[in-house]
Design a protein around this ligand. Structure first.
Ligand SMILES: CC1=C(O)/C(=C\N=C2/C=C(C(=O)O)C[C@@H](O)[C@@H]2O)C(COP(=O)(O)O)=CN1
Ligand SMILES: Cc1ncc(COP(=O)(O)O)c(C=O)c1O
Length: 439
């Protein structure tokens, strides 16, 4: 497609203004609309690069918030989905791809025997938590500060990350218009605080249907669980008859073929998958043992969706998960690339005399400018107040001008792909170094 000469091209700013006239906020997600600094409106993406409507090329380390482990427009995934679109994307009738997709998930995620597919993480989590409530006859759901589980009525809350867990039932609705009592069955605790969790189970154990967590938290910067903490959660849920739900929307097929549950060696009752599983196509899933999903198999519990498990999404899952299964060494490659970037970034910030918090789980990492030195890696609650959000936003603007795109909120991770080769990562560091000088 030939592009208009530069002088006649509309600018990102002009097009975003025009878009805001017809799409409330300029995009279909508050999480993304809030993040806009220097307007950027895309024309296309491929590999790890973006091209905006003005013809500018950028290296992307946000990568659509994580689905594209092999980069944008990966031919192995794209080709299969494109072919399925020609063969029929949605009929509402069982399809030969369903069995393939279900078998691949069951063969790769340690605790999944059966799944149900959905269109988004929010949908999958909503149905998974409703299933947990049905199975236990209880209503309470435990969440952790900093962890995001979509925007459904019982888990959309302000993800306070500096409380001390004194008021687990003090969760604040995350959006106006929520049913005021929506969070009356939602508890929120500090992450990595087993004493707070034990206290909650002692006081409310008979009310708790499920504990849901991002086993490696990706929505408050990357925050690893303290050693043994997730195993302690599993022991408490088992002891009190509650279900353990791993929200692996980010970590699933990202940190290992079997996700965080493979790395941590902890077995959740239900697992939520999305992002990498679909390789960039909208699809999610929740799964567990046949026993756990039996109420759905009996059509006793309810989960539905016109587009849930559609044939294009199943084609994407089959293409992505079979590619990952064929060559799980991709995770070693991504770890090497990500470690290289982590080390070079740490040196760049040190050379610039800037305090920074860099944390990583495989190829998902977070970088946050700090106002002062962080005492230890594990004192996460102490680190968050140190984050210099203003300086970081300025840093993002400068990096975007230098040709590298990431989200201006330091709590949003960077996601790498196999397209981020060492020369690309060197270009990222080069842009970071130039931006730190100008900061
Ligand atoms: C761990 C986790 C998530 O990260 C998650 C969604 N994440 C994001 C949603 C974004 C958005 O709505 O635009 C962008 C990012 O802030 C974030 O990765 C969801 C909700 O999935 P969905 O957005 O598909 O309904 C559930 N669990
Ligand atoms: C009128 C109407 N509203 C909402 C829905 C739910 O949409 P989805 O199935 O995409 O969640 C449906 C689906 O059948 C519908 O027919």
């Amino acid at each position: 497609m030939t592009q208009a000469p530069l002088e006649t091209r509309i600018t990102s700013e002009q097009l975003l203004d025009a878009t805001r006239a017809v799409i409330a906020g300029g995009g279909s997600s508050n999480m993304r609309n809030l993040g806009v600094t220097t307007p950027l409106v895309l024309d296309r993406s491929a590999g790890c690069r973006l091209w905006d409507v003005e013809g500018n090329e950028l290296i992307d380390v946000n990568m659509g918030y994580g689905p594209h482990l092999f980069g944008y427009a990966d031919p192995d995934v794209l080709g299969v989905v494109a072919q399925q679109l020609r063969l029929g994307a949605i009929t509402g009738i069982p399809h030969r791809l369903d069995h393939q997709a279900g078998e691949l998930i069951a063969a790769t995620v340690p605790t999944i025997e059966q799944v149900r597919f959905a269109n988004s993480g929010t949908e999958a989590i909503t149905s998974a938590l409703r299933l947990a409530r049905h199975l236990t006859g209880r209503s309470g759901v435990v969440t952790f500060e900093g962890h995001y589980h979509g925007w459904s009525e019982t888990v959309l809350r302000k993800m306070a990350i500096t409380s001390n867990g004194e008021d687990p039932q003090g969760a604040v609705p995350g959006a106006p218009g929520m049913i005021p009592s929506a969070l009356s069955h939602t508890f929120q605790l500090p992450w990595n605080d087993v004493a707070a969790l034990e206290r909650l189970f002692t006081e409310h154990g008979t009310e708790i249907a499920a504990v849901i967590l991002e086993p490696i938290c990706g929505n408050a910067g990357v925050v690893q669980p303290l050693p043994g903490f997730v195993k302690q959660i599993a022991e408490l849920t088992a002891r009190h008859g509650a279900l353990l739900v791993f929200d692996e929307v980010i970590t699933g097929y990202r940190v290992a073929l079997g996700g965080a549950q493979e790395l941590l060696g902890v077995r959740p009752d239900l697992t939520i998958l999305s992002k990498v599983m679909g390789g960039g196509f909208p699809v999610a899933a929740f799964g567990g043992s046949k026993e756990i999903l039996a109420p759905l198999a009996r059509n006793e519990a309810f989960h539905a969706g016109v587009f849930a498990g559609n044939h294009a999404a199943m084609a994407a899952v089959v293409a992505m998960v079979s590619k990952l299964s064929r060559d799980p060494s991709v995770y070693d490659t991504l770890n090497v690339l990500s470690s290289y970037l982590e080390q070079r970034l740490a040196a760049a910030f040190a050379d610039a005399g800037r305090h920074v918090r860099i944390t990583r789980a495989g190829s998902v990492m977070s970088i946050a400018l700090l106002t002062g030195p962080q005492k230890t890696e594990s004192d996460y609650d102490a680190a968050v107040p140190l984050i210099d959000f203003t300086a970081h936003r300025r840093f993002q603007i400068l990096c975007q001008e230098a040709g590298v795109y990431f989200h201006p909120n330091p709590l949003e991770p960077w996601f790498l792909s196999t397209a981020h080769t060492p020369d690309v990562l060197d270009a990222v560091v080069d842009a970071v170094q130039k931006s730190l000088v100008r900061l």
